[in-house]
Design a protein around this ligand. Structure first.
Ligand code: AHR
Length: 670
């Protein structure tokens, strides 16, 4: 259609009006998003460029070399159904005392039979319940078996080897074979198959490999052990592993380990969290029951509503550290459990103190010590590095007020035997001065931003600080309605996280360790106990949230020295500046929490010459509600680009809703 000049002008004017109106609507909406979702900053409208002065002439204190780390525990199916490679759910049949949950009977082609728990055929001292598979009738192509549904499915990948193992014992008259298959949940497609031709009359372990062909990845699958002859077979410790990170037997899932490796963590706080404490003393993380052969691990009821297999036990935690070149920050059970039980300080507490000393020896002792020797027999002769030991978890909740004394008893015993270890308290204490205090913050993004200067004027004469759990969350009590928000944070939360992290990094002379929590979440309905978590996954794939990428950016890009900085103007800006004394690179981190692009004039005071070109790594979005998900995993990811026009005095415009790291090259480190 031909458009006349005046009509064209009118059309353009109309179009511009519509675009402006849309911009206004979007801008109002973005601000509303921030307001509801958590941030409403008076500084959204700027009255002039902000000015950032960086003192390069007098470098500040050093950045803690262990600042960025990981916090972990069994919550949200983090290990079983998560990081731990095991694909079989309820492998030792203790998840429920009455029925073989997550197992079903398979009766195909006219075969008939049943499955049931059996405590009359124990496999060993800890494997006290087995699964009895009764094949009443089967012949030819008929089959009767037991199928496991996995953790919300069994992942199938093309051309992949799966290692299956199980304990079995045949009743009189059953001659085998037993057929193992990985197949679709309805049994219509078989992806991999293996056979054990004969089952002994005594308990014996069998191991086979199942290999998939050139199939498409899928997760709506099951694992089946079946027979085509009448008889009875008892089964226990039924296991199926895909390839694991670094091919460790009993190892971890590769995609999740890679995501954790990309966070470049310096430490792993283990084993929790509430998971350390347990609901009761009897269900605490009792580390001695989590080591050695899997047949010696009974598993235990965790505090987050499900049983833990303890397949990922103390040694596996340590090997996880080794694989990612992290140090363990070892949390020892300190005599308090979540439902209020506590152990009285003094004689009653002594066995628990001894358990902690044994645990420290298992981790860090020479192989000639008692527990170092046990570790060597478990397959790891070399001791692990250990600098920090934490006594308990969130003992401020212990209404008995016993922590002060309990801490003193642990502190004295640990220091007497390991004077160089740094001992962490979980709440302020009076009888002893802890080396480090663990502080936790779960708050809205807005509250994180408001408090980003928390440690700027903090006393430097008391204990160092471990911010052992923290996260910006758009929900008040994330454990009460875990399915209401999340499962992973939005960009809004990532902005709050990043603002908070600038404060920790700027003050990392006192904040020596920090770890976001919770780390992992299985996103399937019913799998989650905490609303907002860093990394999400199902049986087949995983993704990092915007907060994950903020973490990764911060941990991978910092120097070894803090540079003092002063920011004038820009109420929605948060900054931290460090420098690498080896390379001379200055890392300028800037968080812009507003929906407006913000120019900042940067003055380097006392710098030698700054290269005119640097690098900008930017995480941003068009709305604070932007997020990633299992089906849209890379909507908010960092982008790296060249930064030009740099010098000792330059102006840089920080994008709306952005986290930016400018890598600035100085000609030499002073
Ligand atoms: O991270 C979730 C829980 O929050 C931890 O288990 C506990 O320490 C805290 O209260």
């Amino acid at each position: 259609m031909k458009v006349s000049k005046s009509a064209e002008t009118t059309a353009w004017t109309g179009l511009i009006t519509i675009v402006c109106a849309l911009c206004l609507v979007f801008s109002i909406k973005f601000k509303a998003d921030r307001a509801e979702g958590v941030l409403q900053q008076s500084g959204d409208v700027l009255d002039g460029p902000a000015v950032l002065q960086i003192n390069v002439a007098q470098p500040g204190p050093r950045v803690s070399p262990m600042l960025y780390g990981l916090m972990t525990e069994e919550i949200n199916y983090s290990y079983d159904g998560g990081l731990y490679g095991e694909l079989i759910r309820n492998r030792i049949f203790k998840d429920d005392a009455n029925v073989p949950v997550h197992w079903s009977v398979v009766q195909d082609g006219g075969g008939s039979g049943s499955i049931a728990l059996d405590t009359g055929e124990p496999t060993g001292a800890e494997l006290t319940t087995s699964l009895k598979l009764t094949v009443t009738s089967a012949a030819g192509h008929e089959r009767v078996g037991a199928s496991n549904e996995g953790f919300w499915g069994i992942p199938v990948q093309p051309n992949t080897h799966y290692r299956a193992s199980f304990y079995a014992k045949a009743g009189a008259g059953f001659a085998g074979p037993l057929i193992l298959t990985i197949e679709s949940a309805d049994g219509a497609a078989v992806y991999a198959r293996a056979q054990v031709s004969k089952i002994s009359r005594d308990w014996k372990q069998y191991t086979v490999t199942l290999k998939t062909g050139n199939v498409s990845p899928s997760k709506n699958n099951r694992f089946v052990l079946a027979a085509s002859q009448p008889g009875t077979i008892w089964l226990n410790l039924v296991s199926l592993f895909p390839p694991t990170y670094r091919n460790r037997p009993n190892g971890n899932r590769i995609d999740l380990m890679q995501k954790l490796a990309d966070l470049k963590p310096a430490f792993l706080r283990l084993p929790g969290g509430n998971y350390l404490e347990g609901d009761t003393i009897a269900t605490r993380f009792d580390w001695k029951k989590t080591i050695g052969l899997l047949t010696r691990r009974p598993g235990h009821q965790g505090p987050w509503g499900y049983r833990s297999s303890d397949g990922l036990g103390l040694l596996e935690f340590l090997e996880w550290c080794e694989d990612l070149k992290m140090e363990p920050v070892l949390a020892v059970y300190a005599g308090y459990s979540l439902k209020g039980e506590h152990v009285a300080p003094g004689t009653a507490l002594q066995p628990y103190v001894q358990d902690a000393l044994d645990e420290i020896e298992y981790v860090s002792g020479d192989k000639n010590t008692q527990w170092g020797g046990e570790r060597a027999r478990d397959g790891h002769p070399a001791p692990f590095p250990l600098t920090y030991v934490e006594v308990g978890n969130e003992d401020g909740f212990d209404r008995s007020g016993s922590y002060d004394e309990r801490f003193a008893q642990f502190y004295d015993a640990i220091k007497a035997r390991y004077p160089k270890l740094q001992v962490i308290a979980t709440t302020p204490v009076k009888r002893r001065t802890p080396d480090v205090l663990d502080e936790h913050f779960y708050r809205t993004a807005q509250a994180m931003e408001r408090d980003a200067h928390h440690y700027d004027n903090y006393s430097r004469s008391g204990p160092k600080i471990f911010v052992g759990e923290w996260a910006s969350q758009d929900i008040d009590r994330p454990w009460e309605q875990p399915d209401k928000k999340g499962p992973t944070p939005t960009l809004n939360s990532a902005l709050g996280d990043a603002a908070w992290m600038t404060g920790m990094e700027r003050n990392s002379d006192i904040v020596v360790l920090e770890s976001y929590a919770p780390l992992l979440v299985n996103i399937n309905p019913g799998a989650r106990q905490w609303a907002v978590n860093l990394i999400g996954y199902d049986a087949l794939s995983s993704y990092g949230s915007p907060s994950y990428y903020a973490q990764a950016m911060f941990a991978a890009n910092h120097g070894d020295t803090i540079l003092r900085s002063t920011l004038k103007g820009g109420a929605t800006l948060y900054e931290s500046v460090t420098r690498d004394s080896g390379t001379g690179i200055i890392y300028l981190k800037m968080v812009n929490t507003s929906g407006t692009a913000q120019p900042v004039h940067v003055d380097l005071i006392g710098a030698t010459t700054l290269a005119p070109t640097g690098t900008a790594i930017v995480l941003s979005g068009t709305s604070p509600r932007d997020t990633n998900s299992i089906t849209d995993p890379t909507r908010v990811v960092p982008v790296t680009r060249e930064a030009n026009g740099l010098g000792n005095h330059f102006t840089y415009t920080f994008a709306p809703y952005s986290i930016t790291i400018l890598k600035l090259q100085t000609d030499r480190a002073p």
